[in-house]
Ligand binder design. Structure first.
Ligand SMILES: [Zn+2]
Ligand SMILES: [Zn+2]
Length: 258
């Protein structure tokens, strides 16, 4: 069984390829399941690097049409990768009930601070931010609205050394995932970013060993996500390497969400 539930399209303005391009590439690379998870829009505000809210029906219709056309060759799912902000709870529910979404992937790029303002995790000032970020992820997991957590360790992209806040942030995310039995994504896009220099040495930004090694031999479900922004990335060297790394760490990799 080969699958990918983390797929972007040209609609997000920083990816190449239409829904058809990704579907055809997935079929040619032997995938059985392809889940589309382009960056999700919000109805009242454009947070950037994503489709407009008005484009949502077109996106879903395109996948529905391809689903019919490719019936028997590949199973397609309609999803979005989207941030969790508590004020949008009813909107997330409407994505399932009114728009017919199959799943939401939690992709926390921005998160909510205690004063209600939003912050981007790519610009953490200290590892204290990781703890607040992790609490946002745990809150999101607790809603039961999300099918998996995309790149749960993306915070380690910041040029900060590992310290006890990192332990605490990992613990918050891993405990919530275990409690709600939600899969965590081992994200191949981090592998594509390559190894670079951090205050505590040379490493990948993510996936981060410090996070994943805690799951060695555990029952925690792990899903490998391509996070492809180019059709060829649906199944590339980064995916092969991700599979090897997961095997090496004895992670419990699953291939189907439904
Ligand atoms: Zn993207
Ligand atoms: Zn993504």
């Amino acid at each position: 069984m080969l699958s990918n539930f983390h797929t972007h399209t040209v609609r997000c303005k920083h990816a190449i390829g239409t829904e058809r391009d990704y579907t055809e590439t997935a079929v040619s690379k032997g995938l059985n399941i392809l889940g589309f998870s382009d960056h999700g829009p919000f109805p009242d505000k454009d947070y950037g690097l994503r489709m407009q809210f008005e484009e949502l029906p077109d996106y879903l219709e395109a996948i529905d049409n391809l689903s019919n056309e490719f019936d028997g060759r590949i199973k397609l799912f309609k999803g979005l990768e989207i941030e969790f902000h508590p004020k949008y709870i009813n909107y997330y529910k409407s994505l399932f009930d009114e728009f017919g979404m199959d799943y939401l992937a939690l992709g926390e790029h921005s998160y909510t601070l205690s004063d209600g303002s939003m912050k981007n995790i790519f610009f953490a000032e200290s590892t204290c931010d990781y703890v607040e970020y992790a609490r946002n992820i745990a809150d999101a997991i607790g809603t039961g609205l999300f099918a998996f957590v995309a790149h749960p360790d993306i915070m380690f992209i910041n040029k900060l050394a590992w310290d006890k806040n990192c332990d605490k942030a990992c613990d918050i995310i891993l405990s919530a995932a275990e409690k709600y039995d939600i899969p965590l994504e081992f994200n191949a896009n981090g592998i594509r970013r390559g190894i670079s220099s951090f205050p505590d040495g040379e490493r990948l930004s993510y996936p981060h060993d410090g996070f994943w090694s805690q799951l060695k031999g555990s029952k925690q479900k792990v899903i490998i996500g391509s996070d492809c922004h180019i059709p060829e990335q649906i199944r590339d060297n980064a995916i092969t390497l991700a599979e090897q790394m997961c095997r090496g760490m004895k992670l419990n990799v699953i291939y189907d969400l439904f």
